[in-house]
Design a protein around this ligand. Structure first.
Ligand code: SIN
Ligand code: CO
Length: 374
């Protein structure tokens, strides 16, 4: 496909990102989806792949949802029109789709969720809805009409449906017809509805953002699991004053307790947890079990070695070390490893010399299935 570029308006991050939707004509010039409808159907028959078919009409119930993995015959029994097949995380399976993730250097890797790809028969759509995340809807094959509505939230009325969160009413504000290479950026909570004008393939490059409740819960659980099990609150003399009403929780006590919680919930401990959390795999691992000897041989034989498409990598520079996070595991590395780690986190292939210089890290990553050889 050559060097791809995603053309964003110059003021994209200042004006649109997380704020306003924007249509980007020829976001990728001469783009054509690397995967076809047939490729998607093939993926949707695989056990490890998460997929859905949404059929708007032509079945007993409108907006019927079926979940993969599918049998091949499923695809012969679908109506002519008005259905969509959606396949999650196609970037895990296809290098060219994975390359799309690198087109947004201004957005940290950990914010990326996946590239979902959909195939729609004529008239196919997943209905009027909103998502909680930012998404670039990149047209891959055929034409799709995107109707945009206003801003909505979890209080906006939905239609009765066991699974789909379809909006009860949809007030159109814009309407765009997208051709291959065009993209529509949709921020969280903006109503949208994409209807296939022809058979089409659409790629959704989706970003994720943690809930504050996830940050609180996750970090507190991780930090508390590292504390000595018998560390407990103790009274101070001031708690035992005679003037105290036995029913009162004093303001001073609250300050002291909250301080205590903060004392143990340090920024370093939070950062350690966050790096692991942010690089947890989307789906459980199925690592090739290689021995250290096989790993070394693979590299010495000149096999290309790089990060797996389904692995997540990030790093955090500290004063005296760098933490490399891969698939939820922290590797504490010396500052001298910075260049190697940056390369690793940009999905570049490892060099032979990396094995000599950073043997333990390479072996550790390979052993937990975060590297791929081919
Ligand atoms: C689709 O590809 O049909 C749906 C994508 C979306 O609206 O989020
Ligand atoms: Co959507």
């Amino acid at each position: 496909m050559g060097a791809m570029k995603f053309n964003l308006p110059a003021d994209f991050y200042a004006r649109y990102w997380q704020r306003e939707p924007v249509l980007i004509r020829q976001a990728i010039e001469n783009f054509r989806s690397p995967v076809s409808g047939d490729d998607l159907a093939g993926l949707a028959c695989m056990e490890e792949v998460e997929s859905r078919i949404i059929i708007e009409k032509g079945c007993a119930m409108p907006w019927e949802v079926r979940h993969g993995p599918f049998a091949e015959e499923t695809f012969n029994s679908l109506p002519e029109t008005h259905w969509t097949l959606l396949v999650q995380a196609v970037d895990h399976w296809d290098d060219e789709i994975a390359a799309l993730r690198r087109l947004f250097p201004n957005i940290a890797n950990w914010r990326l969720d996946d590239v979902m790809v959909s195939y729609a028969a004529v008239g196919g759509s997943v209905g009027p809805h909103f998502d909680s995340y930012d998404v670039f809807l990149l047209q891959g094959i055929g034409r799709r009409r995107w109707r945009l509505g206003g801003r909505v939230d979890s209080n906006t009325p939905l239609r009765q449906h066991p699974e789909l969160r379809l909006l009860k009413s949809f007030e159109e504000t814009h309407d765009y017809l997208l051709e291959p290479g065009d993209a529509l950026y949709v921020p969280p909570n903006v109503a949208h509805w994409g209807i296939a004008e022809t058979e089409c393939v659409t790629l959704s490059i989706g970003f994720r953002a943690p809930l504050i409740s996830e940050l609180l819960e996750g970090s507190a659980a991780a930090i508390s699991s590292e504390l000595p099990p018998d560390l407990r609150y103790t009274d101070q003399l001031s708690d035992l004053s005679e003037t105290l009403h036995a029913g009162e929780i004093t303001a001073e006590l609250v300050v002291r307790l909250h301080e205590l919680v903060r004392e143990y919930s340090t920024q370093e401990a939070f950062a350690r947890w966050f790096g692991s959390f942010a690089t947890e795999r989307k789906y459980p691992a199925d690592p090739e079990q290689l021995t250290n000897r096989e790993i070394v041989e693979n590299i010495q034989r000149g096999k290309s070695c790089r990060t797996r498409n389904d692995s997540r990598f990030a790093f955090l520079v500290r004063e005296s070390a760098i933490d490399l996070f891969a698939d939820g595991t922290r590797f504490e590395c010396p500052l001298e490893a910075a260049e190697f780690i940056r390369r690793l986190c940009s999905d570049a292939a490892l060099q032979q010399s990396d094995l000599q210089s950073w043997r333990d890290i390479v072996l550790g990553l390979a052993a937990q299935g975060s590297l791929a050889f081919n």
